[in-house]
Design a protein around this ligand. Sequence first.
Ligand code: ZN
Ligand code: ZN
Length: 103
Amino acid sequence: MKKINESFTCIHCGKEISQAVKTCRNHCPYCFVSLHVDGDIPGDRNTGCKGKMYPTMYEIKNGQMKILFQCQKCGKLHRNKRADDDEVENLDTYIKKYKETLY
Ligand SMILES: [Zn+2]
Ligand SMILES: [Zn+2]
């Protein structure tokens, strides 16, 4: 079995990220950028895209925050739950910043 909950270095801000214990994290808790590695099923690592995915918006349903990411390379949209240690108070700022610089 391949272990997927491992620590990694953020491809965007370069910070060392240790994995949240209960979630299968794939985005950075600081800048919220992730790599497009999954295909249609979250966690399947079934794409060769490897583009950068940036947060574009978020929504809160039943008290749970979901963040919508878009791949800058292929345009694929992907929804992901926030992780407990995400610095979500900065999320708005980052979304605005990415919109200004990327689109
Ligand atoms: Zn980062
Ligand atoms: Zn992609």
